[in-house]
Design a protein around this ligand. Structure first.
Ligand code: HEM
Length: 199
């Protein structure tokens, strides 16, 4: 007697079901499993090659309103973000700062206060450094250092009409390294007096 025949005859003994009923049930269960697993399978990953980013373009001095246009909502425009009034092209990190990105609130803004305070609150999404503690100003300087090393600075924010009482000085900064980048005007980096004091 073949093994299969033995199994066939053992099925009613062990399951209490006829061999045909048992096989039909197994086939049905397999069909249900297949349908359910297809329904809940993750979508097939499709590799979409990214278009190479255009080289950063120097934009000179702009207002906060002008900067807000570069928040990633228009995919044809570069993604910009400012720290301490210095504007950086963060297009290469669209996954962070683009729409839906974890840090998308920072795009198109001077996010100094938020970064200094490690805050995502609306009231901190600006470049106001007033009242920041030395610790927060240090944190901000670290962010600035990171950005200077990672991104190309493409401009600066126009100074507000009313000075917040903080003096500025210029320090050397990594300039746009891309030779293709057009350069308009100067690239001063502003550092508030309080920061300088803490250094
Ligand atoms: C649970 C808290 C947090 C976690 C786990 C976290 C984690 C991360 C990670 C893994 C990265 C990627 C780092 C890299 O690849 O270079 C990142 C980047 C970043 N994080 Fe956070 N983060 C947190 C909170 C915050 C907060 C509170 C802020 C500011 C308000 C912040 C601002 C940023 C920024 C600006 C970047 C991007 C820096 C760049 O452009 O390279 N993060 N974070």
């Amino acid at each position: 007697m073949g093994v299969l025949t033995q199994i066939w005859e053992a099925i009613p003994v062990y399951t209490g079901l006829s061999s045909v009923t048992f096989c039909t049930l197994v086939a049905l269960l397999m069909a249900v499993y297949y349908v359910v697993s297809v329904m809940f399978a993750p979508p097939e990953f499709k590799y979409v090659p990214m278009e190479p980013l255009p080289p950063p373009v120097q934009l000179g001095t702009m207002t906060e309103e002008e900067l807000s246009v570069y928040d990633g909502s228009d995919p044809k425009k570069p993604l910009l973000m400012a720290i301490k009034a210095q504007i950086y092209d963060v297009s290469q990190s669209r996954n962070f700062y683009g729409p839906g990105g974890f840090y998308s609130q920072f795009a198109g803004k001077d996010a100094s206060r938020a970064l200094a305070k490690m805050s995502f609150e609306e009231k901190d999404l600006n470049g106001n450094l007033e009242g920041l503690s030395p610790y927060e100003l240090d944190a901000l300087n670290e962010w600035e250092f990171k950005f200077q090393g990672k991104y190309v600075k493409v401009g600066q924010l126009a100074k507000p009409e009313e000075s917040s009482g903080q003096t500025v000085r210029e320090i050397p900064v990594k300039e746009a390294s891309n030779e293709e980048a057009k350069v308009e005007g100067e690239n001063p980096v502003t550092v508030d007096a309080e920061t300088k004091k803490d250094e």
